[in-house]
Ligand binder design. Structure first.
Ligand SMILES: [Zn+2]
Ligand SMILES: [Zn+2]
Length: 323
């Protein structure tokens, strides 16, 4: 509540309302419930918080209920883990219709894949002689989507490695590592189309952190922009001020909006980041206006977005995307 410095590129202080458009709950790899995340947003003076769990919308109902009670506007979101050229590219989705049939089917597919992938990674680790169990990994995930940090935590608990980071090695579950298992993933442009068909706004997440340290290739960003990308997450805790400035400029030159978010994972990584980065009011208004346009195009079944056979279409008022 107090003592928060105004971060470079952020607009957060203990009192000034802020807009954090990137946060995870225990429905993916965060450690806070949606309710606790929203409560913390309120304590830290945020007036808008997006919940962007990996590949799931399961935390949105609780988050939105808490938001109504506590006076925090909860923006429904998803962070898709897409793959381009064998490398992970994260794509954020906002203000979508979470009941869209095609979106729900893809999320179901991703969730099932994560479960069997988790089982297979644990089996490989056991084969390498490491004393961990899939049961414990499931407990750590607390019913949420199983992702590598959950397996990493089990490895830390079993004394195999001292920190979560150390589990992401060639010997263990780093990409291409001995116990690594590939996952089903959309290409970035496929995710973009899926998001638009569900009436959502598509923002490229933290493009400065591709392959840990290298940025997402400019050619891929341009390809996505040509396919209708709406925005770039310029402000992120792992972007330096200079990197942030570069992405704001890139967004402006491509005619895209830009966002900021803390990518808070509760206390899984410290410090608790919620509110450390934010989106300006002006950019947030662009985002909500874009969502309204996309929803209108979807409801009209024509316009900018191609209709997809078999997908349920229904008009929905903006902001009713959670469940
Ligand atoms: Zn991400
Ligand atoms: Zn994230």
């Amino acid at each position: 509540m107090t003592g928060w410095a105004i971060e470079a590129g952020g607009y957060h202080s203990g009192r000034m309302p802020g807009i954090d458009l990137h946060a995870h709950t225990l429905y993916s790899d965060g450690t806070f419930t949606p309710r606790r995340s929203v409560g913390l947003a309120r304590e830290r003076g945020l007036d808008v918080l997006a919940i962007t769990d990996h590949d799931t919308v399961d935390g949105l109902g609780e988050a939105r209920a808490a938001g109504r009670e506590l006076g925090v506007e909860v923006v429904p979101g998803i962070e898709f883990s897409t793959v381009s050229d064998g490398e992970g590219v994260h794509v954020l989705c906002y203000l979508m219709d979470a009941d869209d049939a095609e979106l729900a089917a893809e999320l179901q597919r991703l969730r099932e894949d994560r479960y069997t992938r988790g089982e297979r990674m644990v089996a490989k680790l056991q084969g390498l002689g490491h004393p961990i169990s899939f049961e414990r990994v499931r407990e750590i995930a607390e019913g949420g989507t199983i992702v590598r940090p959950h397996v990493a935590q089990a490895l830390v608990e079993a004394g195999v490695v001292p920190t979560l980071k150390d589990a992401f090695s060639e010997e263990l579950i780093g990409s291409g590592g001995r116990a690594y298992v590939e996952k089903h993933a959309l290409a970035p442009v496929e995710a973009l189309r899926l998001i638009h068909r569900a009436g959502g706004v598509c923002v490229l997440a933290h493009p400065g952190t591709f392959r840990e340290t290298n940025p997402v290739p400019a050619a891929l960003i341009e390809e996505m922009a040509a396919a209708g990308l709406d925005g770039i997450e310029a402000s992120h805790p792992e972007h330096t001020e200079e990197v942030e400035r570069r992405y704001v400029e890139m967004a402006e030159s491509l005619g895209l909006l830009w966002t900021g978010g803390s990518d808070c994972h509760g206390d899984r990584y410290d410090p608790v980041r919620l509110g450390m980065r934010s989106t300006t009011r002006e950019q947030f208004e662009r985002l909500t206006a874009r969502a309204a346009e996309l929803r209108a195009a979807v409801a009209g079944g024509s316009g900018a977005r191609p209709a997809v056979g078999g997908t349920r279409r229904r008009p929905a008022p903006p902001g009713l995307a959670g469940r």
